[in-house]
Design a protein around this ligand. Structure first.
Ligand SMILES: Cc1cc2nc3c(=O)[nH]c(=O)nc-3n(C[C@H](O)[C@H](O)[C@H](O)COP(=O)(O)O)c2cc1C
Length: 241
């Protein structure tokens, strides 16, 4: 296996950072790598917020579901799905653009996430760990005001970076078998037996029902998950206006 593949296989999320600062040239490399990502029509439908203000970091560590390690990270980047700038470019050029639609929004989200993953991969190659923070999609109104987001801009993802805390060992959580993820040609809805087989390893020793119920309550049925859906709906409502 080559080095790139090894790093992709081995990468795990990092949530405990050492105090070591990231050299400015490495930070610049990470940001450049993000900007080199594939992008729909070469439009770069994203803006990256480099959060350097410690007060903002502290506030984000609270507004993003109370995750204190966000404030300890040495680099905090928010990847904004940004259709605003193209709307403004079209307007500036006298195009009288139609209102951006949901397709434009989804394309911008695609772009933002692909750029984010380029940053993650670049950071990994430089010895830096990272963790996505999906909770930045919560509290839309708070984040809009805090980060001055205009109508067609949505925080698709936040990623926090740093060097691993000394002595930390990290085990990558196992993924399900590839045969359940890769379907040939058309979608194959999995039946109960296959769903159970797919989750068998993860649900030990609790068993399928016990493990799924606990997971359901911790994630899908949680306050943060409900808030994320409310928040995204609030964004989309004002986007569609
Ligand atoms: C879109 C997305 C959102 C995530 N949000 C969070 C988060 O808010 N807090 C957190 O600690 N980890 C978060 N993670 C990290 C996942 O929990 C992690 O990737 C997953 O458990 C698999 O572990 P691994 O990255 O170590 O392989 C997120 C990951 C993704 C891709």
């Amino acid at each position: 296996m080559n080095e790139v593949i090894c790093q992709l296989y081995d990468r795990t999320s990092l949530r405990a950072f050492s105090r070591r600062e990231i050299p400015p040239e490495d930070k610049n490399t990470i940001l450049e790598a993000a900007c080199m990502a594939p992008t729909a029509g070469n439009q770069q439908l994203y803006t990256i917020l480099d959060i350097t203000d410690p007060t903002l970091k502290d506030r984000l560590s609270e507004t993003c579901d109370h995750q204190p390690f966000i404030a300890q990270a040495k680099l905090v980047l928010i990847f904004l799905a940004d259709f605003q700038k193209w709307y403004d470019i079209f307007t500036e050029a006298g195009c009288r653009p139609r209102k951006p639609g949901y397709g434009d929004f989804l394309l911008a989200v695609d772009d933002a996430l692909i750029a984010a993953q380029n940053a993650v991969t670049a950071a990994e190659s430089l010895g830096l760990g990272s963790c996505y923070i999906g909770d930045v999609m919560e509290n839309y109104e708070v984040h809009r005001d805090m980060l001055h987001l205009p109508q067609y801009v949505f925080p698709a993802a936040m990623v926090v970076f740093g060097y691993p805390k000394e002595g930390l060992t990290r085990k990558k959580p196992a993924r399900v078998a590839q045969k359940h993820i890769v379907h040939e040609n058309t979608y194959r809805r999995m039946d109960g037996a296959e769903l159970r087989e797919m989750m068998a390893r993860r649900s030990e020793p609790k068993g399928f029902e016990g493990w799924v119920e606990a997971f359901y309550n911790r994630k899908y049925n949680s306050d943060f998950s409900r808030e994320m859906s409310r928040s995204a709906a609030a964004f989309l409502e004002q986007y569609a206006k």
